[in-house]
Design a binder for this molecule. Structure first.
Ligand code: FMN
Length: 295
């Protein structure tokens, strides 16, 4: 890995020292900015030192000014524009049959390069299924998985095993959210596709089961995907049932070509929305605990 500071270009502004999240940079006794040699191993490759350098003097972690950075936009969005954009996004579950053009899909995927990450973004995998037939062929297996969930929760022994193996969060999600809906036959294919909602495309976020922070990274990616799709006039929705089926059902995993040692974290369906909403939905805020005051 290359960590260099061109002393001809460096103006000693020391902003790189200020922004580095893992404190890799210091000044020496001559006030020259330099990397602390024995700390470079903990560089997380975030690129902030290079993004802040006005003279392109610093290079960290083999990053390149040519390929790894781009000009900032002239202006970004105002609070009102931004919250207006957020308020007009919906989880879209009604699509036209029109395929998502490859260029639009590329734009959605490109937005992931701007996402924050907990650790090791290079370990994340994104599988794009821009093919309705592949999605459709997998649905009977997912339907069967949902039928099994009802059986497993109804049976005290398997119910106990799920809680033990998957933990309380997953168990409660299954028992209190998924199970009642599945028990009402909501997902039965005889009523149409209520699983992937007829979407022409689906994106799956996955990583090696042991990859650090992959769950958090995947959910941030899924959020970026839904927001970028919305900015393009597309609809999108996270679909939590799909990764659960990928992780449990061999046929689904194989249909989407997800490696056996990978865990799927989230799926996002994407397509052209059939329905346009007339108003934004104002929801109750989550419990907010403001501890600004010390009383
Ligand atoms: C983690 C997660 C999992 C979700 N799973 C599903 C799903 O399996 N099926 C579905 O139709 N919607 C799913 N959604 C979408 C939510 O139901 C939706 O966000 C919620 O109803 C609020 O609606 P809105 O997104 O339009 O504000 C999921 C959303 C999240 C964040």
């Amino acid at each position: 890995m290359s960590f260099t500071i061109d002393q001809q270009l460096c103006i000693q502004c020391k902003l790189c020292i200020e922004v580095c999240p893992v404190n890799l940079i210091e000044t020496d006794q001559d006030n020259k900015v330099r990397f602390i040699a024995n700390r470079t191993a903990i560089c997380i490759g975030c690129g902030q030192c290079m993004a802040v350098c006005s003279t392109k003097a610093i290079v960290a972690n083999n990053l390149s000014y040519e390929t790894g950075f781009e000009a900032l936009p002239d202006k970004t969005v105002s609070y009102n524009d931004f919250t207006g954009f957020l308020s007009s996004r919906r989880s879209v579950r009604n699509y036209t049959k029109k395929q998502v053009p490859a260029e639009m899909m590329d734009k959605i995927l490109h937005s992931l390069s701007y996402a924050p990450f907990g650790a090791s973004p290079e370990k994340m995998h994104v599988t794009v299924i821009n093919n309705r037939k592949i999605i459709e062929d997998s649905l009977p297996f997912i339907e069967n998985f949902l039928d099994n969930i009802v059986k497993w929760v109804d049976n005290p022994v398997t119910s106990f095993m799920i809680r033990k193996k998957k933990g309380n969060e997953t168990f409660n999600t299954i028992k209190n959210h998924l199970y009642p809906i599945a028990k009402f036959d909501n997902y039965k294919l005889k009523y149409g596709d209520r699983i992937t909602r007829g979407a022409p495309a689906m994106i799956i976020l996955h990583a090696d089961k042991d990859a650090e922070e992959h769950t958090n990274n995947a959910l941030i990616y899924a959020t970026y995907i839904t927001l970028t799709a919305h900015s393009l006039g597309l609809g999108a929705s996270m679909i939590g049932i799909v990764p659960a089926a990928v992780n449990k059902v061999k046929e689904v995993r194989e249909a989407y070509k997800i490696p056996g040692h990978h865990e799927a974290v989230m799926a996002v369906i994407v397509g052209f929305p059939k329905v346009h909403y007339q108003r934004a939905i104002k929801r109750t805020l989550p419990a907010i605990h403001n501890i600004t005051s010390q009383e």
